[in-house]
Design a protein around this ligand. Structure first.
Ligand code: PLP
Length: 318
């Protein structure tokens, strides 16, 4: 199967995901909010990473790869879904995690079910993953395999195609719902999701995108989102966005991968008003940022909030 301009793509997601009004949440927030339910993308436990994996796996198969090597933290949604997608399409999967071996719970347990081999870097520094991913890929190449090595989050121009093309899906849904230009609101980590959406929303003329950073410093996100949006637009053969991306800081809480009290409160509000659970690492913090912005009158509706998945971390996040 191919995507726009015959880009290699495999089918992993159940699309389109629902775009639903959130009337009780909107009333509580004081701004019109819609939820884009990408927690329901359907592969495994769903989540935003499934869209990018359609293109990353398509690319891997087109190159004749037989092994996917990637990684992240032991609780990485990305790593688990990447391993699952790889196995589904006949590739072996090796995941590299920073730190020392930990009990296999949550995403790590699910990666085990998917048959992934896991290696730990022994270093707490998250960037150690990227180095060891390259080392593992080199070992596999030397042994005659054909690995595809991907950095944390799958944040490459090819991976960003998932959300660049999601904008086409959103354009149809917004038109059907009679919604004009919107503000797309999401959590930003490795920046691939925002990079793709930034390119896609500009391409389709849908409004603007606001990313709430939950791990990297805002200036680094601006750089990464800009580069990924440009790369995705180039692959699609459409103009790159002319506006710089918007990154909102200040909602990280104690650290990446940890709950924040304001994120937990925001997630509880969404659960009690709309019956949707937001993951504590990403979407809960993004929603906390949206509620503050709405209270201060800094955002006007309609807002399309990306529910980005991460269900396993509901049970494992400290
Ligand atoms: C549930 C969830 N939401 C949001 C994100 C952020 O996406 P990105 O890394 O593309 O910025 C991630 C990344 O792992 C995620 O797992």
């Amino acid at each position: 199967m191919t995507g726009p301009l015959t880009l290699p793509r495999v089918r992993l997601a159940t699309l389109p995901t629902p775009l639903v009004p959130a009337p009780r949440l909107s009333e509580a927030a004081g701004v019109e909010i819609w939820l884009k339910r990408d927690d329901l993308t359907g592969l495994g436990v769903g989540g935003n990473k499934v869209r990018g994996l359609e293109y990353l796996l398509g690319d891997a198969l087109a190159r004749g790869c037989d092994h996917l090597v990637t990684g992240g933290g032991p609780a990485s949604n990305w790593a688990m879904l990447a391993a699952l997608a790889a196995r589904l399409h006949g590739l072996a999967a090796t995941l590299v995690c920073y730190g020392d071996p930990v009990p296999a719970v949550g995403n790590m347990a699910l990666a085990g079910v998917a048959g992934a081999t896991v290696r730990f870097t022994g270093e707490q520094d998250r960037t150690s993953v990227d180095r060891v991913v390259e080392e593992v890929a080199a070992e596999l190449r030397a042994a005659g395999a054909c690995p595809l090595a991907l950095g944390r989050g799958g944040a490459t121009p090819v991976g960003a195609l998932g959300y660049a093309t999601a904008a086409v899906e959103l354009a149809g849904q917004l038109a059907a719902a009679g919604i004009g230009p919107a503000t797309f609101w999401l959590a930003t980590g490795s920046c691939g999701t925002q990079g793709g959406l930034h390119a896609g929303v500009a391409w389709q003329g849908l409004g603007r995108v606001v990313g709430v950073t939950v791990s990297r410093p805002a200036p680094e996100c601006v750089e990464r989102v800009t580069a990924l949006a440009r790369g995705a637009a180039q692959l699609l053969g459409v103009p790159a966005p002319t506006e710089p991306p918007t990154i909102l800081d200040g909602h990280l809480g104690p650290a990446y991968g940890r709950r924040s009290p304001e994120g937990d409160a925001a997630a509880a509000l969404v659960a009690c008003t709309e019956g949707v659970f937001l993951d504590p690492v990403f979407a809960a913090k993004a929603m906390a940022g949206l509620l503050v912005a709405a209270r201060r009158g800094e955002v006007t509706g309609p807002v399309v909030f990306l529910v980005s998945g991460g269900a396993p971390t509901l049970f494992t996040t400290p």
